[in-house]
Write a protein that binds this ligand. Sequence first.
Ligand code: NDP
Length: 271
Amino acid sequence: MSENITNNTQVYAIFGDPVEHSKSPQMHNSAFEFLNIDAVYKKHHLKDGKKLKEEFLNNLYSGANITVPHKEQAFKQADEVVGIANEIQAVNTYIKKDKKVIAYNTDAPGFLKAIESFKDVNKVLVLGAGGTAKAIALALQEKKIDVTVVNRSDSKLEFFKQKNIKCFSWKDFRLDYFDLVVNSTSAGLKDENLPMNKAQLENVFLNSKYAFDCVYGKETAFLKLAKKEGLKTKDGEDMLLYQGLLAFELFTNTKADNSVVETMRKGLRGE
Ligand code: NDP
């Protein structure tokens, strides 16, 4: 693709550290190609998050995505922050508009889109209290869905308390009924760990219908256990896809139809 770059080509990037593993370029470049848009999407390895906006502007990027560990720095440096990102205080998308950097969080609506196939979700348990849990919990709260956060330790719970979201550490959590249980911890990402004590999780699953894991591309121990207990399960692929799709719509100022969704899904899978 690079040999076709001209002065008119719009350039986009994903900032992260590490960034090598990112599937965003595959997703976005597939859609640019499919729609004949003169644009290219690159990986931009950035160690020092404080230089994010400077690097974004100096490289003349039209837009960008921001991944771990720079989402909070990206929020702080933006000229303008739109929507739920103001609550989450972390952003994953930058757009350049009239020399200004406008920031969005598409992880939150991407998650909501990903769980649309689960019907009648009124009460959700979110396992974990990191950046992803913040986006998910606030997205659910905004939809008036009852949400409870449970984390291994209590050091990260202050944010949720301030937002009036029920939150507990493992030791304080009392069993309840939930329609959906979400694993937003990194347990399962590079190991076979469960995000919570097995017996406790089995008890939670006895009273639940659906399980969603933010980890994608594998069936984690969490999803295996949920399936064994009879729950309907889903991994994080659609969450990744839809955060990308929503960013793509912002980049191109278009509304993507199903053919673009499927093109991006194939790009993500490397098909
Ligand atoms: P953070 O580092 O911000 O938070 C990690 C959380 O996981 C903390 O609450 C931590 O608890 C908890 N945790 C870590 N290890 C364990 C363990 N073994 N058992 C129980 N809890 C544990 O991570 P992020 O929020 O950025 O990411 C979380 C996960 O979501 C990752 O797997 C990431 O890949 C995935 N993700 C997927 C996306 C998608 O599009 N599908 C998008 C973004 C993230 P403690 O506070 O006690 O340390």
